[in-house]
Ligand binder design. Structure first.
Ligand code: F3S
Length: 396
């Protein structure tokens, strides 16, 4: 891999052992994937934040870096933690978990990372421009940035995203190169949409299973007029059931006119049957047998919270409800009175975390309902939950 003189110096440890180790991580990644060189990035989104997912080893890793008194070089935002950083007692999180989680947060903060604790950085100020190179972890944010915004990132792991944030560089391979951004599959939808927002998670689940880690092109998705929330759900589900990091959709996504499909692209038709099968696979329990209703995967936008508040106005719910979002969006929801309506109905607006990365299994929640295709994929393995999958209005 070609390195500039400055990069060679960093790699040799001339700017400190830690910077050398972090650059070595990026160079090793680049060598594995055949990158010719490193490129500058304009932002980072760092995952590996919840104590539940990174444990003591992860805590030590971040604290070791933070001890060196180094700072991130580019605007860097953080993925959800394992709890609401202020209201963890309200969620029933135990003190030992909370203390470890707060140490992780403190370490990231001392590195200069924004303690945003959200998987929707693009809704809260980390909004990359078209064609910009970024290093983002968090698969749902990666697919949104690549597809909807036309920024360029690979699906980074937490440590690589952190190294990139500190060095301001990433190896130049994969989705940073135009030739890898062409579609390999052409998807035609031969069906009518007879569900609300959960349709997009189910569709994403189906496409992810077929396409795996390649690039699909949706020929006629636009006929359903999906809004940004719908595309956020679709992308998250495709990234979870497969490993999709980029898709194109006629009349909808950033590069749908710029990029082409490969010559031998495979044509796939998806009908009513495949979507019905997805609903069957994503649900393992009945809707009337629940411990917890969880929405906000990826984190809710203000519009989604407004919709929940409208559904719950002057009503009471008996099942525990978590509406997961960022501190930024909750602040506006508080101001608009949506949080009050949801709380009055018996629900909680939970910030900084989500149903997958918080320890809900230790809080006693075993039967969980969600309207998120991504959460429905991950809940059984990450949280040992049984899942009901459906539309918000049915869940509530
Ligand atoms: Fe975000 Fe958690 Fe879902 S990090 S995308 S809400 S699994």
């Amino acid at each position: 891999m070609y390195l500039t003189k400055e990069e060679e110096k960093i790699l040799d440890g001339e700017k400190g052992e830690m910077l050398g180790r972090l650059l070595n991580l990026l160079v090793s990644l680049g060598e594995i994937y055949g990158a010719e060189r490193l490129i500058d990035i304009s932002s980072a989104q760092i995952s590996g934040v919840s104590y539940k997912t990174i444990g003591d080893i992860g805590l030590e890793f971040v604290e070791d870096i933070a001890k060196e008194n180094i700072k991130v070089k580019v605007p860097s935002t953080l993925n959800p933690a394992g709890m609401d950083l202020d209201n963890w007692k309200m969620l029933g999180i135990d003190e030992e978990f909370a203390n470890k989680q707060l140490k992780i947060i403190k370490a990231f903060q001392s590195l200069g990372v924004e303690i945003s604790c959200s998987c929707v950085p693009y809704l809260i100020g980390n909004l990359p421009t078209f064609n910009s190179h970024i290093a983002w972890a968090e698969s749902s944010a990666v697919i949104f940035a690549n597809s909807i915004l036309g920024a360029k990132t690979n699906r980074e792991g937490g440590p690589a995203a952190l190294a990139s944030a500190i060095l301001g560089k990433t190896p130049y391979y994969g989705y940073h190169l135009d030739e890898n951004r062409k579609a390999n599959y052409i998807i035609k939808l031969d069906l009518e949409k007879d569900r609300d927002e959960s349709f997009y998670g189910a569709l994403g689940y189906v496409v992810g299973k077929i396409v795996k880690n390649k690039v699909p092109y949706f020929e006629n998705l636009y006929k359903f007029k999906p809004n940004l929330n719908d595309l956020k759900s679709l992308g998250a589900a495709m990234a979870a059931s497969g490993g999709i990091a980029l898709y194109h959709a006629k009349n909808l996504t950033a590069e749908c006119k710029v990029k082409d499909v490969v010559e031998d692209a495979e044509k796939i038709e998806i009908g009513k049957e495949e979507i019905k099968e997805a609903y069957d696979k994503l649900s393992s329990i009945d809707i009337d047998d629940l411990d917890l209703i969880c929405v906000g995967c990826p984190h809710c936008s203000l519009g989604e919270i407004k919709k929940i508040a409208n559904l719950l106005k002057d009503k009471k719910i008996e099942t525990e409800l978590w509406v997961c979002t960022s501190i930024h969006i909750k602040a506006i929801a508080d101001r608009m009175g949506y949080t009050k309506i949801i709380e009055k109905a018996g629900g909680k607006v939970v910030k900084d975390t989500c149903m997958v990365v918080s320890p809900i299994e230790d809080l006693g929640y075993k039967k969980v309902a969600t309207n998120s295709g991504k959460a429905a994929v991950y809940l059984p393995s990450f949280c040992k939950s049984e899942v009901y999958y459906g539309d918000l209005k049915d869940l509530l």
